[in-house]
Design a protein around this ligand. Structure first.
Ligand SMILES: [Zn+2]
Length: 298
C-alpha cells in the first residue's frame, strides 16, 4: 500500500548545500502488529554489530538504513495479543491479553525472577516449554549497559539478551544447570552488583570499557563458597556496537497510549529503542502487539 502524505523536513541533499524546507511524500514501510526488534549480526561472534529488523506479515523491515531519515509512526488504537492474536484493550507483560498474561509460559514469574523457577521440581505452567527454557544451561553474566549489572539468560539467548538491553560489553560469569540455580546465584550477586539496566544512561551514550575480568573474579569469589552448583564460564569479553549517529542528551519516551502519532528523524537504535532527534526515544518492545503504520520520507 502506498499512501501519499505531505510533511516538512530539512534536507541538505540539494546542490547548493543550503538547508531548505521542502515538501516531500511519505511512503508506508510497515503496517501491522509490532513485535520486538530482531537482528542479524554483521560483526563477529565477539564483536557484535546488530542489524535490526522488525518482522511483519509482509516481510522484514530493515531498520539500520532508516537512520538519518524522517519517520512517522501512527498507532491505530488496536492491540493484538502477541500470543492468541485477539484484540485487547490493554497490554499486559509487553504485548499480551490478560488471559494469556496469566497463563502462558512466556510471562511466568521466573522470567523476571529466575530464583522463583520451580521447573526443576516438575512445576511450571508448561513443562514442555520449561524443559527447553528453564531446564537447560543458563548463563549468569555481567554486562555494561548504562553501568555494570548482573543478569541471567539461557544459553541460546546469547548475545540476543545483551543486545536487547543495549549492553556495550559483556562477560559470562558462570553456567548453571537450571534457571532456579542461576537465579539463586544472581540473587547472591545482587549484594555486590546492580541487576537493573539504567535505561536513561544506556540511551544517552555508550559505556566505557572497564576491567570486566577483575569484576568477574570478584563475582566468582563472592559465590564460590556458597554451596551453589555452577561451572565457571570462559574468560571472553563480548563487544557490541550499535548503529547510532547521535545520542539524545536527555530522554523523553514516546507513549502511544498518550499520543498515537510520532514524527521525527531517526538518529540511532540501541537495545529495543529507536532514538529520534529532539531527545525522544521509542521503546519498541513496550509497544508489542500495537497496530501501527510506519512511514518514511521519500
Ligand atoms: Zn491472548
Amino acid at each position: 500500500m502506498r499512501v501519499k502524505r505531505t510533511c516538512f523536513i530539512k534536507t541538505t541533499e540539494i546542490p547548493t548545500f543550503t538547508t531548505l524546507k521542502i515538501r516531500i511524500n511519505m511512503k508506508t514501510l510497515f503496517t501491522g502488529s509490532l513485535s520486538k526488534m530482531q537482528f542479524t549480526n554483521a560483526g563477529s561472534e565477539l564483536e557484535i554489530k546488530p542489524e535490526y529488523f522488525i518482522q511483519s506479515d509482509s516481510g522484514k523491515l530493515h531498520m539500520n538504513n532508516l537512520i538519518g531519515k524522517e519517520i512517522t509512526i501512527r498507532y491505530d488504537g488496536k492491540i493484538n495479543c502477541m500470543s492468541c492474536g485477539k484484540l485487547t484493550k490493554k497490554s499486559y507483560g509487553q504485548g499480551y491479553c490478560y488471559p494469556c498474561f496469566i497463563s502462558i509460559p512466556q510471562t511466568e514469574e521466573c522470567v523476571i525472577r529466575p530464583e522463583l523457577c520451580r521447573a526443576h521440581e516438575g512445576i511450571a505452567r508448561d513443562m514442555e516449554y520449561a524443559k527447553k527454557h528453564c531446564l537447560t544451561d543458563q548463563y549468569i553474566y555481567l554486562a555494561l549497559s548504562g553501568g555494570l549489572k548482573v543478569g541471567v539468560t539461557r544459553y541460546h539467548q546469547i548475545p540476543t539478551r545483551w543486545v536487547d538491553q543495549g549492553a556495550n560489553f559483556a562477560i559470562k560469569l558462570a553456567i548453571a544447570k537450571n534457571r532456579h540455580t542461576a537465579g539463586v546465584i544472581e540473587v547472591s550477586l545482587k549484594q555486590i552488583f546492580a541487576d537493573k539496566t539504567n535505561w536513561r544512561k544506556m540511551l544517552t551514550g555508550n559505556d566505557n570499557e572497564i576491567p570486566l575480568m577483575e569484576q568477574k573474579a570478584k563475582a566468582i569469589e563472592h559465590i564460590k563458597d556458597r554451596d551453589i552448583e555452577f561451572t565457571e564460564a570462559e574468560n571472553v569479553i563480548y563487544t557490541i556496537s550499535y548503529p547510532v549517529e547521535q545520542f539524545p542528551t536527555k530522554v523523553t519516551s514516546v507513549n502511544f497510549d498518550k499520543k498515537p502519532e510520532y514524527n521525527g528523524v531517526l538518529t540511532g537504535i540501541k537495545g529495543q529503542y529507536l532514538m529520534f532527534d529532539g531527545n525522544t526515544v521509542l521503546n519498541i518492545r513496550r509497544h508489542g502487539g500495537y497496530n501501527i503504520e510506519m512511514l518514511v520520507g521519500e
